[in-house]
Design a protein around this ligand. Sequence first.
Ligand code: DAH
Length: 339
Amino acid sequence: MKQQLEAIKLAAVEAINTASDEKAIEEIRVKYLGKKGELTAILKQMGSLSPEERPVMGQLVNEAKQSVEELIAEKKAELSAAATLQKLKDETIDITMPAKTAKVGKIHPLNSVLDDMIDIFQSMGFDVVDGPEVETDYYNFECLNVPADHPARDMQDTFYLGENLLLRTQTSAAQIRTMETRKPPIRVICPGRVYRADEVDATHSPVFHQIEGLVVDKGITMCDLKGVLEQFAHEIYGKDTKVKFRPSFFPFTEPSVEVDVSCSECGGKGCRVCKGSGWIEILGAGMVHPSVLKCCGIDPEEYSGFAFGIGLDRLTTTRYKISDIRLLFENDKRFLEQF
Ligand code: DAH
């Protein structure tokens, strides 16, 4: 039994010395000192010894147990200190490392041009209003004096969602909603998305952006229209930009104009951007048609107004010299990060 005890003790000491972590030490403790452990088992065999041998053997076993316990405690302390040291080492922060730069989002070029436009119009006393992108035929066409047989109603131009429901083709629809809910004096702009069943290419997209403007009050004339739009063009393109009003036609305005600005790329000499003409068209406008005022319950004998619709996408591509309108909608980060 003595030899057996020696062998167990030797094996335990060997195991403790080679244990590499706290988990291994715990396994050793259970193996030798646990309830079913090898040293405990030896104590249980004491009954087979003679009464003289029993206390001698008992003492030896207890001594062995005690020294194994001590060794285990020592090793445990040693391993735990080493583990703490390792952890500290692993978690050391190298303050000389370069910091990670946080990526900050950019303002989309369409939004930054829109923000500038809103600033300009707000400084002239305009409110910003919103209108729905899903519209009825009434707001998008009928009340805007677009007769039922007008080509703009053709399925090729308009995305219909139902017989009377469509994706608005122009922010002009917001004019009607505004005149229905506000009393003159009215001075609003309505920026937003519009939709047309156009083929996609470098200058066309089935979704694009307009900013509608509407002014209604007593005594509003074409001079007010010219003053406001000239001021706007000068603020957006610079004081030296020339502004040209050309007669045009829109069903909801009479008279109607289209407004061109001198090409900012070539200064009016003619280039690829302005297709050689020296001018770039930026908006349509006119005096609100009396039928439109009437349709909204405003007396055209008492009130008059002007309206305009500016294309935001063209303004953005010319300002930033973006060659393809599709870039504005693809949301490619490599493109957007440049602004
Ligand atoms: N709605 C027109 C279009 O999409 C633009 C426009 C022209 C708006 C004249 C107006 C306006 O308010 O008076 O082409």
